[in-house]
Design a protein around this ligand. Structure first.
Ligand SMILES: *[C@@H]1O[C@H](CO)[C@@H](O)[C@H](O)[C@H]1NC(C)=O
Ligand SMILES: *[C@@H]1O[C@H](CO)[C@@H](O)[C@H](O)[C@H]1NC(C)=O
Ligand SMILES: *[C@@H]1O[C@H](CO)[C@@H](O)[C@H](O)[C@H]1NC(C)=O
Ligand SMILES: *[C@@H]1O[C@H](CO)[C@@H](O)[C@H](O)[C@H]1NC(C)=O
Ligand SMILES: *[C@@H]1O[C@H](CO)[C@@H](O)[C@H](O)[C@H]1NC(C)=O
Ligand SMILES: *[C@@H]1O[C@H](CO)[C@@H](O)[C@H](O)[C@H]1NC(C)=O
Ligand SMILES: *[C@@H]1O[C@H](CO)[C@@H](O)[C@H](O)[C@H]1NC(C)=O
Ligand SMILES: *[C@@H]1O[C@H](CO)[C@@H](O)[C@H](O)[C@H]1NC(C)=O
Ligand SMILES: *[C@@H]1O[C@H](CO)[C@@H](O)[C@H](O)[C@H]1NC(C)=O
Ligand SMILES: *[C@@H]1O[C@H](CO)[C@@H](O)[C@H](O)[C@H]1NC(C)=O
Ligand SMILES: *[C@@H]1O[C@H](CO)[C@@H](O)[C@H](O)[C@H]1NC(C)=O
Ligand SMILES: *[C@@H]1O[C@H](CO)[C@@H](O)[C@H](O)[C@H]1NC(C)=O
Length: 557
């Protein structure tokens, strides 16, 4: 238990603190020496062992009452569309000078936003509900894990460490809006899902069952769903399955494929492990530098406003970015964060655009490794759509797994793959969803109007990309495909073979497949992932590939 030891006794009563607040210039509060330190906990208690026999489980107790089952739901065809309304149970954060209702801070966190229903990707008349006259034949779900702690070595921990170093030294004074830092501690772990993240995937499982459960009638064997080996990936897949099936039986209701995520392993759901250029700082992390240029602009007034309220710490723009990240991470881990309303709505818009820049130039249309990294999953999609096994291993696919109709079945009505934010961004680039890249390359000195690339709409926590395979008119034979990204239909107008501008985002299935085969042929995994190149200056890439005209006739390194 931590005890508060503050130097300023004036803060102990309301009257006194009002007097204190009104004494302009005298806002002084030295911090506790533990400020910024890391607090952790571990549950369950290690010594609890021996009472389980006193608590038999339901099968041992018996008497379950009647258990008749009902029909599988198919709300995606039979119900009116129900948007995702909130991020319950998170306390809605507010921005400085703005109420939570007036400005929804949650939506300005890019990949750290909880998934929400995207209003539109440019097809205002479309809905994720199955279009009139069409029947649903198959569904492919590609989903991101739920809300997590920061990744290892992330910015929020750096900020905490810097603060703690100052608090243990002399001259640390936090006052005004930053006074809370005087006894704030860092309570975030790393990498793993938060409780809210588990809920997101459990809810996603339930929502997916409600919408698409009817397709389970088409299985004669148990489904295979896939994820990667990271803790949060397994946790997300299992929480999804517990929601989709039933928490008491889900382990027997399907097979979970867990593909190793580590350097050197072929994994279409974690392609960076074998795409070397994606790990070269000046190529794979190019977006970080692009984002830094923008952060230097949009955070200047925040720096001037906040620095006077903190003595003993020289704030940098990086610290402020870390504090904005802290707001989102604390909110999704702890339910609320005091950091959020340190920043104005404009600064939250700036933060959102910072993440858009990072993704665009590191993982999206502006990076030369993006399409190569998304390629393997696109090859798998084509294999599934055509029920034709993959025979050429020239990307991140793993022949051991994908050559087997047990580990990589091609006849499922439902496919569920779990992956990461960056990979969804790679895959939508490989899929040639060029409407997302329509406003680009992104400038680093201002936010362009009419943006088409917004990361909170592409790769938020629990993001989902759904391919609906349909027959229009309804029949046994699939005729069309379309993509629904976080509840909004994606226009497929850029894809060769999807020529008609369909208001429901429909593309004839044979056209889509041939378009994807063309796209697969365009992407040179070997060159983009392994050739010894530098980023083109300026980086005007918009299709996720190294520009052919810059290759100089050199071959792969
Ligand atoms: C931090 O200090 C404030 C008063 O300034 C107090 O209300 C709060 O309970 C303290 N928090 C902790 C964790 O000690
Ligand atoms: C577990 O029990 C032992 C023996 O009673 C005790 O010494 C130890 O502190 C306990 N450990 C924990 C974590 O409570
Ligand atoms: C492919 O998958 C198999 C089965 O999981 C695994 O043993 C092997 O190491 C993987 N190979 C590569 C190159 O990832
Ligand atoms: C990619 O990087 C790995 C690990 O550093 C290395 O073993 C491998 O040879 C590299 N591949 C190529 C084609 O350069
Ligand atoms: C902050 O910057 C000033 C001016 O450069 C410097 O004198 C001071 O030592 C710095 N303080 C800390 C805590 O780094
Ligand atoms: C892994 O990917 C590389 C590059 O595409 C390929 O050459 C190799 O055969 C693959 N290995 C397996 C086991 O699929
Ligand atoms: C897998 O392929 C084998 C050999 O072609 C075949 O006998 C078997 O029925 C297939 N299994 C499934 C589940 O499709
Ligand atoms: C933004 O979109 C509006 C409405 O579609 C259009 O009138 C305007 O010209 C667009 N602005 C730019 C800079 O593209
Ligand atoms: C990808 O999109 C671009 C721009 O819309 C288009 O010119 C190109 O033909 C498309 N390629 C494929 C294979 O779909
Ligand atoms: C990779 O394999 C696909 C077949 O899946 C083929 O169409 C494509 O041309 C190959 N790419 C390269 C660069 O050889
Ligand atoms: C890449 O090319 C540069 C410039 O030609 C050269 O200095 C460097 O050693 C090369 N790197 C590798 C890994 O081959
Ligand atoms: C092609 O040549 C230019 C100019 O010499 C150089 O900057 C670029 O890195 C080269 N590209 C490749 C892929 O070697």
């Amino acid at each position: 238990m931590m005890l508060l030891s503050r130097g300023n006794a004036l803060l102990s009563t309301v009257a006194a603190s009002l007097a204190w607040a009104s004494a302009a210039g005298a806002q002084q509060a030295t911090g506790a020496s533990y400020a910024g330190s890391t607090v952790t906990a571990a549950y369950p208690p290690t010594n609890d062992t021996s009472y389980s026999t006193y608590f038999p489980d339901a099968t041992q107790v018996g008497y379950p009452g009647p258990t008749p089952t009902g029909a599988e739901p198919e709300a995606i065809a039979t119900a009116a569309f129900a948007p995702l309304e909130d991020a319950n149970p998170l306390t809605p954060p507010s921005a400085a000078g703005s109420s939570a209702a007036a400005f929804d801070v949650l939506r300005y966190w890019g990949n750290l936003s909880p998934q929400y229903t995207v209003p539109s990707f440019g097809l205002p008349d479309s809905s994720p509900q199955i279009p009139e006259g069409c029947g649903l034949n198959q569904v492919h779900l590609l989903m991101r894990h739920g809300a997590r702690y920061p990744t290892s070595g992330g910015g929020p921990a750096d900020f905490a460490a810097k603060l703690h170093a100052a608090a243990t030294g002399a001259g640390f004074v936090a006052s005004g809006d930053l006074e809370f830092l005087g006894n704030w501690t860092y309570k975030l772990g790393a990498e793993i899902l938060t409780s809210f993240g588990r809920k997101q995937l459990f809810d996603e499982g339930i929502r997916f069952r409600m919408r698409y459960g009817e397709l389970l009638n088409g299985f004669t064997e148990l489904p295979v769903f896939r994820t990667t080996s990271e803790d949060r990936m397994v946790d997300s897949a299992l929480n999804f399955a517990a929601g989709f099936f039933e928490v008491r039986t889900y382990l027997e209701d399907y097979y979970q494929s867990i593909i190793v995520e580590a350097d050197g392993f072929n994994n279409t759901l974690a392609p960076y492990g074998t795409c070397n250029n994606s790990n070269v700082e000046n190529i794979g992390y190019y977006g970080d530098g692009q984002g830094d240029k923008w952060a230097d602009i949009y955070l200047q007034s925040a720096l001037k406003r906040l620095q006077p309220q903190l003595k003993g710490v020289n704030l940098t723009v990086t610290d402020l970015v870390n504090m904005q990240e802290m707001c989102s991470y604390e909110t999704v881990a702890l339910g609320f964060s005091v950091f959020c309303d340190l920043f104005t709505p404009e600064e939250w818009e700036g933060f959102e655009y910072l993440i858009d820049l990072q993704f665009w130039y590191s993982e999206g249309p502006g990076n030369p490794t993006s399409a190569a990294m998304g390629l393997g999953w696109v090859q798998e999609l084509v294999a599934r759509l055509t029920e034709t096994p993959i025979t050429v291993w020239n990307s991140t696919t793993n022949s051991t797994l994908d050559n087997s109709n047990i580990t990589f079945p091609l006849n499922q009505p439902i496919y569920v793959d779990a992956t990461h934010d960056t990979v969804i961004s790679n895959i939508v680039t490989a899929l040639n969803f060029t409407t997302l890249a329509a406003v680009g390359p992104l400038p680093t000195d201002h936010i362009p109007p009419n943006r088409s690339y917004i990361v909170s709409q592409i790769a938020p926590f629990a993001s989902n990309l759904i391919a609906q395979v349909l027959s229009c008119p309804a029949s046994e034979d699939p005729t069309h495909i379309r993509f629904v990204l976080n509840d909004a239909v994606v226009p497929l107008t850029g894809i060769a073979g999807c020529d008609a501008e369909d208001k429901n985002g429909l593309c004839a299935l044979p056209g889509f497949i041939s378009g994807m085969q063309t796209r697969i042929g365009e992407i040179d995994f070997d060159f983009d992932c392994f050739a010894n190149y530098t980023m083109p200056q300026p980086d005007e890439i918009t299709d996720g590939r190294y520009p052919a005209w810059l290759r100089n006739g050199t071959s792969s390194a």
